[in-house]
Design a protein around this ligand. Structure first.
Ligand SMILES: O=C(O)[C@@H](O)C(=O)CO
Ligand SMILES: [Mg+2]
Length: 256
C-alpha cells in the first residue's frame, strides 16, 4: 500500500499548528511532511507527532527568505549554509525524520555547490538522513537551479553520495511539460520521495495521470512516501476523496 503524507504547510493550513496534526490524523493520514517547521521548536513538533501517532516523512532545510525570492542557501554564504544544515539535522533528529530536501538557490549549481552538498550529505548520512534534490518548474520558479529532473539527477551524480536522492514532484514535472510516469520508470531507483498536486492549479489531484503515477508507484513496490503537497480548493477535509483509495480514510489508519 502506498503511503500518503499530508503536507502540513499546505493542507489544513487555516488551522493553528497543533490542530493541523490532529486534523491529519483524524482524516486518516499516518504520515505528514512540512516544508519549513522552524517557526516552532523541534521538541514541540516531536510532541505533536507522538501525540497523534504520525511519522514525519520530510522537511526542507532552511532556504532563506522565500518572500524576498530566496530559494535555498547552497549558492550563498558558506556559514549561513552550514547553519542551515545544522538546524535541519537538529530538527530531523528530534522528530526522527529521515528525508531533508535541500533547496539549492537561483542559478546553476557550480563546483562549490557540489562540494557543499557533498559535505552536507555526509553529515546527514551520520544521522540516517537522505538529502533530497527536487526540480522546481521554471514557470513558477524562474531561475531555480534545478528546472527539471534531469538537472537534479546530474547534480545527484556529481555529488556522488549514496544518500542523495531525488524528490519527484509530479506537479512541477507536469507543469513544465514533463512526464512523471516516464521519469519514475527511468529514475525510480533514485527517487526517495514523491509529491503530487494537480497541474492545472496546484489543487487536489484530479488529472488521471496523477492516479496512473500513484498506481504505478504502488504496483512497483517502491517504499517511500507520497506527499500531498497541494493548496486545497476549499476545506482540506472536504477535498480528500481522491486519497481514500490509497488508504487515507477517517478512522481507518494504517501505520506510516
Ligand atoms: O514543490 C515545492 O515547492 C516544495 O516541495 C518545496 O519544497 C519548495 O518549497
Ligand atoms: Mg514539491
Amino acid at each position: 500500500m502506498i503511503r500518503i503524507a499530508a503536507n502540513l504547510s499546505t493542507l489544513f493550513a487555516d488551522l493553528p499548528i497543533e490542530a493541523r496534526f490532529e486534523a491529519a490524523a483524524r482524516a486518516g493520514f499516518a504520515a505528514v511532511e512540512m516544508q519549513f517547521p522552524y517557526a516552532w521548536p523541534a521538541r514541540h513538533i516531536a510532541a505533536l507527532l507522538a501525540a497523534n501517532g504520525l511519522t514525519l516523512a520530510l522537511i526542507n532545510a532552511p532556504a532563506g527568505d522565500f518572500a524576498r525570492g530566496d530559494r535555498g542557501l547552497v549558492l550563498g554564504d558558506e556559514d549561513a549554509f552550514r547553519r542551515s544544515i545544522d538546524q535541519a539535522i537538529a530538527y530531523a533528529q528530534a522528530t526522527d525524520c529521515r528525508r531533508v530536501h535541500v533547496l539549492i538557490g537561483n542559478g546553476p549549481p557550480d563546483a562549490v555547490a557540489v562540494r557543499r552538498l557533498r559535505e552536507a550529505a555526509r553529515r546527514f548520512s551520520g544521522h540516517g538522513v537522505a538529502l533530497m534534490l527536487e526540480a522546481l518548474n521554471p514557470l513558477d520558479q524562474p531561475g531555480y537551479a534545478l528546472p527539471d529532473l534531469a538537472a537534479a539527477d546530474a547534480l545527484r551524480i556529481a555529488i556522488g553520495e549514496a544518500n542523495v536522492r531525488l524528490q519527484l514532484d509530479a506537479y512541477h514535472l507536469l507543469r513544465s511539460g514533463g512526464d512523471p510516469l516516464a521519469a519514475f520508470d527511468r529514475l525510480g531507483g533514485h527517487v526517495g520521495h514523491i509529491q503530487i498536486a494537480d497541474p492545472s492549479d496546484r489543487g487536489e489531484p484530479s488529472e488521471p495521470v496523477l492516479f496512473d503515477v500513484l498506481d504505478t508507484v504502488a504496483a512497483s513496490g517502491w517504499d517511500g512516501f507520497v506527499g500531498a503537497e497541494y493548496n486545497p480548493r476549499g476545506k482540506t477535509a472536504a477535498g480528500l476523496g481522491w486519497a481514500r483509495r490509497y488508504g487515507v480514510v477517517p478512522g481507518e489508519r494504517t501505520d506510516g
